[in-house]
Design a protein. Structure first.
Length: 277
């Protein structure tokens, strides 16, 4: 297994440089990415593992998942194929500092974890963090890459089989009260600034920028972002006045964009691309 594949276990902040314009009237059909992000809500956490915004809590259903304390190494690499057991990559493990390898532990069946990252591409990659409900308990993180038999398997027609593979390892904990309720319609809407008359406007939709960058803002407050030649990243967004704040859950970092009607720019107002009709 090469290092390109291994890198999917580490979620990096996708840089946004430029204006992203809403494609009016275009509503992308539900994809596997959207379906899974709707089912598994991604939490926001800081670099120390403190939960800033809760996400879905899962129960570990299969043993053998290695986890490490929060660190720059991201989430420990584990992989799973339908009907198989958890596997590791020795190539990945030799790249990790020895002191971190000595802190790794196995998650136990029945242990609860919270989803802190979910990336859907040719594989489905979860990063989860242990969840006890006690903020004083030291957290551990594990990455799990769900792999499938064919290269283009991650398609809507195979959604049920993909979900079944995930439930071989994780089940959703329905007893945990930390899971936030779905926002009411319009709750994630932002407002234009006072100079625009205080007119409210929804930021939900698909935005694009020159160079092939795309940003999908979903009604539940989650987003997925993709750059030309870059893997898809995901997280949560919030609107604060005329600022759109994107939070990347893997390390708690965030990016802030300025809202101008139905387009976004960087805070320096560079790259003033026009609106796409």
């Amino acid at each position: 297994m090469n290092m390109t594949r291994l890198s999917v276990a580490f979620i990096a902040c996708l840089p946004f440089g430029g204006t992203l314009s809403l494609l009016r009237g275009q509503s992308p059909s539900p994809s596997v990415d959207q379906q899974l992000h709707s089912q598994y809500r991604v939490a926001s956490v800081d670099g120390n593992g403190r939960v800033v915004r809760p996400g879905s809590v899962l129960v570990v259903a299969q043993d053998g998942i290695k986890a490490n304390p929060p660190s720059r190494a991201g989430c420990w690499y584990n992989s799973h194929k339908p009907g198989d057991r958890i596997k590791y990559s020795t190539l990945f493990e030799v790249t990790v500092p020895a002191d971190l390898r000595n802190q790794v532990r196995l998650l136990q069946v029945g242990e609860k974890v919270m989803v802190i990252s979910l990336v859907v591409k040719s594989e489905v990659t979860f990063c989860v963090q242990t969840y006890t409900g006690n903020p004083d308990d030291p957290p551990y993180r594990a990455g799990l890459v769900f792999q499938f038999p064919q290269k283009n398997y991650v398609q809507p027609a195979n959604l049920k089989a993909i979900q079944d593979s995930i439930t071989e390892v994780f089940s959703i904990d329905t007893s945990t009260s930390s899971e936030p309720s779905m926002p009411a319609p319009g709750e994630q809407q932002g407002k234009t600034n006072a100079g625009q008359g205080g007119q409210t406007a929804s930021v939900v939709g698909l935005y694009v920028a020159p160079g092939g960058r795309q940003l999908q803002l979903n009604p539940d407050g989650s987003f997925s972002a993709r750059g030309a030649g870059s893997p898809t990243t995901a997280g949560h967004f919030a609107v604060n006045g005329d600022a759109l704040v994107l939070t990347f859950p893997a390390d708690g970092r965030s990016s802030t964009l300025r809202i101008h009607d139905d387009r976004f720019t960087t805070l320096a107002d560079r790259w003033p691309f026009g609106k796409v009709i």
